[in-house]
Ligand binder design. Structure first.
Ligand SMILES: Cc1ncc(C[n+]2csc(CCOP(=O)(O)OP(=O)(O)O)c2C)c(N)n1
Ligand SMILES: [Mg+2]
Length: 297
């Protein structure tokens, strides 16, 4: 486990109590260590941590704009290479709005060029910082401040960022969760030891946007995995493997804990249940097939 002798995401920031994203930042920095340079897109984690003249970052930090964390990190990694400097880990960090949507162009370009960096997306399933608007990562039927009202929430399923990234043929893609910190830590250390583009998408509940009590954040994160609505896996050199295969629990317990789903009908819950079951089946088939998803997609 991470030794917290020296926290590199320093206390005193302004994140909400129980913020899953702040826990993610802390784990990323403490695991990767001092020789890390961060390029961070605009979003909650930048806004809560960089109020002039203070900073919560115990490592060198560049605030990029909303769309270009991957491009800024590409510049840093290439400058370091030119200088013959190899000990630093360059990490781009973005929220889901930045990563799945607005900054996807620069992310895709950096993946295509196989830039030597780790990209961490903390996925709180909405544009939280500006008032919880719907993003490409918002799940089906979730209420946000911009979800259509006919069904009480978003019409579409969550975009599958990990597989879209894998289709770029990059060496490492992983999903993780703040509900499973040892697994996140293992994946960060594996990524740190590799070269080329490495993407880790971390499920990180937003207490405000999901309308959950602060002390239920970790439980909600765990239940997402235990219900199969967030699957933990790795795609290493195109080879897919599941990190956990829990016996799937019914989704309604997870959904009912969150205000963003409180309007759901029994039929919608059945629909989501079926989606979780079918997804798990497909992932197991893919794992058994040994297919290289970096080549065929
Ligand atoms: C080009 C551009 N569009 C919109 C904004 C306003 N904006 C700042 S943060 C943000 C939401 C970020 O969402 P996400 O990336 O999911 O991070 P979170 O706030 O959830 O941590 C938005 C829309 C901006 N700064 N730049
Ligand atoms: Mg977000």
């Amino acid at each position: 486990m991470v030794v917290m002798a020296e926290d590199l995401f320093i206390k005193g920031h302004n994140a909400c109590a129980g913020c899953g994203c702040a826990l993610c930042m802390r784990w990323v920095l403490n695991t990767l260590g001092k020789d890390t340079v961060v390029a961070n897109a605009t979003g909650c984690m930048e806004v809560v941590s960089t109020q002039y003249p203070a900073s919560s970052w115990g490592v060198p930090y560049v605030h990029s704009v909303f769309a270009n964390a991957a491009a800024v990190a590409s510049g840093v990694t290439r400058a370091f290479r030119k200088q013959g400097r190899s000990k630093d880990t360059v990490v781009a960090i973005g929220g889901d709005g930045s990563t799945y949507d607005i900054g996807f162009g620069t992310l895709s370009g950096a993946m295509e060029r196989n830039e030597d960096m780790i990209y961490v997306c903390y996925d709180n399933e909405a544009y939280a910082n500006t008032g919880v608007q719907r993003s490409g990562a918002t799940p089906f039927a979730s209420a946000t401040t911009t979800s259509p009202q006919e069904i009480g929430g978003k019409h579409e399923w969550k975009k599958n960022l990990a597989f879209i990234a894998a289709a770029h043929g990059i060496p490492y893609v992983a999903t993780a969760s703040v509900g499973f910190l040892p697994d996140l830590e293992k994946k960060l250390l594996k990524a740190k030891a590799m070269k080329g583009f490495r993407l880790i998408v971390v499920y990180a509940p937003c207490t405000l946007g999901w309308r959950i009590p602060a002390d239920k954040m970790v439980e909600v994160a765990r239940m997402a995995v235990n219900t199969g609505l967030w699957n933990l896996f790795e795609i290493e050199d195109g080879k897919f493997s599941m990190s956990a295969k829990p016996t799937l629990e019914p989704v309604d317990g997870y959904l009912r804990m969150q205000g963003r789903f409180k309007h759901l009908t029994a039929e919608q819950i059945r629909f989501i249940q079926e989606h979780a079951r079918a997804t798990r089946l497909e992932l197991e088939k893919l794992e058994a097939s040994g297919v290289n998803v970096g080549r065929i997609l």
